[in-house]
Write a protein that binds this ligand. Sequence first.
Ligand code: PEP
Ligand code: MN
Length: 330
Amino acid sequence: MTDSELARLRKVLDGLDEDITRLIARRDAVASDLIRHKDAPPYDPERENQIAGRDEALWLPLLRRVRTAEGARLQQGHPKPGAFPDGQFTLIAGPCAVDDHLDANLQAVANCGLHWVRAGAWKPRTFPWSFQGEGLPGLKRLRAGADRHGFQVVSEVLSEIDAPAAVELVDVVQVGARNAQNFALLKCLAQLGKPVLLKRGPACTIEEWLGAAAYLDGRVPLTLCERGVRGFDPCLRNLLDLPGAVLARRMGGFQMLIDPSHGTGVAGLVSPMVLAARAAGLDGALVEVHVAPRESLSDGDQALRVEELAGLVRELARVPQAAALTPAAR
Ligand code: PEP
Ligand code: MN
């Protein structure tokens, strides 16, 4: 085949890609409308089966593109409703956990001029003897403290038992990495209606992550967050998958944040990754900060010091936020 014939075929593929993207967006809109107006539980197995039966027409082309990274060439033509303001780079900062330093930590985030705060009240810990978080009383303390500063709150809920009370106290509910495929929790949050920040599981493929997102897609404003996957090098707690974040954003049409605190486990690497995310056209970052990292009951090693957060905020203002970059035709 001549070069010009190949170029023509690529053009045809590009046109078809655009048609598919448009069709999926139209379908999303209709599905969201339908979900909003139906009284039955969101996951009717029979209906889900019918949809699965149509996989070949709907999901498989999408998934094949994930598998071959073909989606890297897709533009995010029709972004879906996310949990954070559109078109801005949202920086969310706060301590790993609600602890005795909460007030000072909130003050520090306020001093940096930020509007979104994070802190965990229920902590998913590797060992049962580690600090488990203050639970609901901690979340109430976080809400009250955040209100004094006019912050919006992102906080994790670990189980569907706590979810109904938690969603009353947060602006965005976080599903943590360990719960990324806790489908019972995802179904529960789909019904509660609060915007969700869905982290990627430490061993989730992009396909699995987008599959988890599908439980919430169209049901709640949804933002995804890349927080590192299991790597091989003990130097780094996790391997922050920046290209995976860009790919999943383009593939799924979701807002995409990174969490370089858990994604690297090293405080000194957090700021460079946030700047990289902004330059790469992602939608924001979630970072841990603590006024006294050594006294933090969890994740002190990866917490920014307050002056580091202030420095990051200054640097961020100097990095232009990439517009959606248009990949060149092959
Ligand atoms: C967190 O953000 O507090 C947290 C526990 O993160 P992850 O679920 O990504 O480990
Ligand atoms: Mn943490």
